[in-house]
Design a protein around this ligand. Structure first.
Ligand code: LHQ
Length: 255
């Protein structure tokens, strides 16, 4: 249910239940989390892209499978969605969510959890949970107010209104919108451009930014000092400096 392809340093993980708009079941969630954990230890993986097969990105929890389980919802979340979102946020590599179509419920949370969110012009984003009288989960209550403020977040959650790509870009739910017709190629080009950047420095940057979201200024300054020490000892930095002095572009992929 999760397809994996590694090309030019870009690991693409494709949610593959297109008949159900890639609604998530346990196999999909655990498969995605497992693939991200493997990516952490694989130096060939420089950037991860999460996308969906067919016309949807992810329609959230597979509602056909919720009633059948013995676990309560809390235990289900602790076992599946929560480790997925934590693993994405903790991975010290850039994660792109390439949102190719509808993103609803936990699928909307997943779309937001990328470091860089690329949307197709065909995206519909819905904090759909209140339609079935549930609470936004998988990090939506943490991420959305940081993006749009408390009040807009509450309104999006309360009304489950459909957000299109233009509005998503205006609200800051994504960084770029690409035309639906060329989305896959545009994502590939973007991801390959990112994979040519100094990805270990970007991993440290990601960690420092995430720490800073819940730290004081003084803690952030100290975290930056520690991260800078590690970055400064990395061959990436030597390559960046050498390229600057030799007036050429840096070849980070070679170090
Ligand atoms: C689906 C689904 C779906 C199964 C479309 N499941 N089949 C965590 C833990 C514990 C408990 C519960 O929840 C959670 C987190 C959550 O994510 S809760 C939120 C769950 N998701 C939803 O409530 C979304 C339900 N789906 C929709 O509202 C619509 O399908 C959207 C707005 C996503 C798309 O609408 P359309 O573009 O009009 O497509 P469609 O409705 O025709 O769907 C296409 C097919 O996909 C259809 O099957 P069919 O056999 O009729 O072609 C749907 O039944 C199926 N599908 N979402 N979540």
């Amino acid at each position: 249910v999760v397809l994996k392809a590694l090309e030019h340093g870009v690991l693409t993980l494709t949610l593959n239940r297109p008949d159900k708009l890639n609604a998530a079941n346990d196999a999909l969630l655990l498969g995605l989390t497992g693939a991200l954990r493997e990516a952490a230890d694989d130096s060939a993986v420089r950037v991860v892209v999460i996308t969906g097969a067919g016309r949807g990105f992810c329609a959230g929890q597979d509602l056909g499978e919720v009633g059948a389980r013995e676990m309560g919802f809390a235990e289900h979340l602790r076992h599946t969605y929560n480790p997925l979102i934590s693993t994405m946020r903790a991975l010290e590599k850039p994660v792109i969510t390439a949102v190719n179509g509808v993103a609803a419920g936990a699928g909307a949370s997943l779309a937001l959890a990328g470091d860089i969110r690329l949307w197709s012009s065909a995206v519909t984003f819905i904090e759909v949970f209140s339609n079935i009288a549930l609470v936004p989960d998988s990090g939506s209550t943490w991420m959305l107010p940081r993006l749009v403020g408390y009040h807009k977040a509450f309104e999006l959650m309360a009304l489950a209104e459909r957000v299109n790509a233009e509005e998503g870009l205006r609200l800051g739910l994504c960084e770029r919108v690409f035309p639906a017709e060329t989305f896959a190629e545009d994502v590939r080009a973007y991801a390959e451009q990112l994979a040519a950047r100094p990805v270990r420095a970007l991993g440290l940057t990601k960690r420092a930014l995430n720490q800073a979201l819940s730290s004081t200024l003084d803690e952030a300054l100290e975290n930056e000092a520690q991260a800078q020490q590690r970055a400064g000892e990395d061959p990436e930095h030597r390559e960046g400096l050498a390229a600057f002095k030799e007036k050429r572009s840096a070849r980070f992929k070679d170090v």
